[in-house]
Design a protein around this ligand. Structure first.
Ligand code: NAP
Length: 482
């Protein structure tokens, strides 16, 4: 029987899954997308300065190289255009139901019954959860936020029709988003007050635009693209970084810390500002920030860095713990996302009375980030504990897809109808993972979206090689085929 595939989400991972399934000859593939356009994070995020700190030729599907990338690191809108082009080139759009949020899924009689927000229902034999890690904006719990008299916008819901000219802009938060925004708006000459609860370590990266001649070379020969994508120096840094994450006392981590510290010391001239911008935790404990020009922007006369706890928000602006009032007209809320909302809030009922909310009551877990016991034929891309270092999530998803494909094989030959991971396999995996995660740099003592509600990092805690090895071949004894 032809298998019916349902993919939840038409972002980077969902598009990947659809293309791979179609290439494997599957005709019955549907994508359910709650919004009215593809792109996920690149559709939702349009804030000024949005950029991807992963080199563009690495943040590209392996099968769809893009000779037109304008720079080493490109803007969010350019990436969104790339995804739209891929969707058009692979004719994926007809597979997508837009404005169709999956609300409920029940495993029944060997398949998934899915209920959609548009009132329709759908049956699928196999479901791919591709809902993204950072999707649900997190507003800060700061007293008085509602009383602000100006315009307050979360960066993930930014409205570019709001006129910023001549306005005093307060940015709360200095993760990758807040730093990119402060840099872009500061360099554009806006009056910026950047509120930082804890300063960040910044890793310098080059700013490099590709010339027309370089793009012509990319068009002429894929080898020119691959020379960047598989650049030895870049992959040396990727591997060094993941080794360092897993071994905070390693030489590799000492090198990363040195890079960040000397970047700060050599870039920031004023000792008072330098002291303000010096973190009191280890580099890479929070998701490391890569920027060619943040420190340059932070030293502009129109950019003020305010470090400390916000006491409350009042109609005129922000009051710090020391009582200082900073008046602003626009508030950019760059406070990140709820990082425990994989698949949520979909109500998901598996076999043996399993309920996803109960399964994830303590923390979101999944065997190698891909499967959860008692939820047969439900696979995730970029699922919980998936982030591997700070690198291309496309690369991660592609490797996860190779793993999923191997689990799908028995289902496609009719030898089995369903696959699920065993409780024992997940328990053993999680025990190992939690121990390693606590000992990784992410558990070395700082706040970040990498931590679950009990303070355990939700990341891949081993190095890149371990990830590649794990994804190359599933340990089939961890799974039950029925
Ligand atoms: P984030 O890294 O979670 O940062 C949230 C920021 O908000 C932190 O600075 C945090 O301060 C601050 N904050 C939270 N609650 C606060 C409060 N009540 N008062 C004051 N400050 C508060 O969020 P993000 O910057 O949106 O980035 C999330 C992730 O998205 C990144 O780590 C990255 O993975 C991804 N991203 C990637 C790129 C890219 O170029 N690849 C670009 C943007 C985003 P504390 O640090 O003190 O908690």
């Amino acid at each position: 029987m032809t298998k019916r595939f349902a993919i939840i989400g038409a972002g980077m991972s969902g598009i990947l899954a659809a293309i791979k399934l179609r290439e494997a000859g599957h005709e019955n593939v549907r994508i359910f997308e709650k919004a009215d356009e593809i792109g996920g994070t690149w559709r939702d995020n349009v804030y000024p300065g949005l950029n991807c700190d992963v080199p563009a030729h690495c943040y590209t599907y392996e099968f769809a190289p893009n000779p037109e990338w304008s720079a080493l690191n490109v803007s969010g809108p350019e990436i969104q255009e790339y995804f739209k082009k891929v969707v058009a080139d692979y004719n994926i759009r007809p597979l997508i139901s837009f404005n169709a949020e999956v609300k409920r899924m029940v495993w029944s009689d060997g398949h998934w019954d899915m209920e959609l927000s548009n009132g329709e229902s759908h049956h699928a034999d196999i479901v791919i959860g591709a809902t993204g890690v950072l999707h649900h904006p997190r507003w800060p719990d700061i007293a008085g936020l509602d009383s602000f008299a100006g315009t307050a916008m979360h960066t993930a819901r930014w409205d570019n029709s709001v006129d910023l000219s001549g306005k005093r802009i307060g940015i709360i938060g200095n993760g990758s988003t807040g730093v990119q925004m402060a840099t872009a708006l500061g360099k554009a000459g806006h009056e910026i007050k950047h509120f930082q609860r804890s300063p960040q370590w910044i890793m310098p990266i080059p700013a490099q635009e590709y010339s027309e001649a370089e793009k012509a070379a990319f068009r002429a020969d894929r080898a020119a693209i691959d020379a960047i994508r598989y650049d030895e120096e870049y992959w040396f840094r990727v591997r060094r970084f993941t080794t360092a994450i897993a071994n905070p006392d390693s030489l590799e981590m000492a090198e990363i810390e040195d890079f960040c510290r000397s970047n700060l010391e050599q870039s920031v001239v004023d000792p008072i500002l330098r002291a303000k911008l010096t973190p009191d935790y280890r580099a890479a404990c929070k998701r490391l920030i890569y920027s060619p020009d943040y420190y340059q922007a932070a030293q502009l006369p129109n950019v003020e860095t305010i470090v400390g706890e916000i006491e409350r928000i009042v109609p005129e602006g922000i009051v710090m713990e020391d009582g200082t009032l900073h008046e602003v007209d626009i508030l950019a809320i760059a406070t990140g996302y709820h990082s425990d909302r994989f698949l949520r809030p979909i109500e998901i009922k598996g076999q043996n009375g399993a309920d996803l909310e109960a399964a994830w009551a303590e923390r979101c877990v999944a065997y190698y980030a891909i499967m959860i016991p008692d939820f047969p034929n439900l696979f995730m891309l970029n699922g919980p504990t998936s982030p591997v270092g700070n690198f291309s999530l496309i690369d991660i998803a592609e490797k996860q897809w190779d793993y999923i494909e191997q689990l799908l094989a028995p289902l496609l030959t009719e030898n089995a109808k369903a696959v699920t991971v065993t409780d024992e396999a997940l328990a053993t995996y999680e025990k190992k993972r939690v121990t390693a995660a606590k000992n990784s740099i992410f558990g070395s003592g700082c706040t970040s979206w990498y931590l679950d509600s009990t303070g355990v990092p939700i990341t891949w805690p081993w190095d890149y090689q371990a990830f590649e090895d794990a994804m190359a071949k599933p340990e089939l004894e961890a799974f039950e085929f029925s």
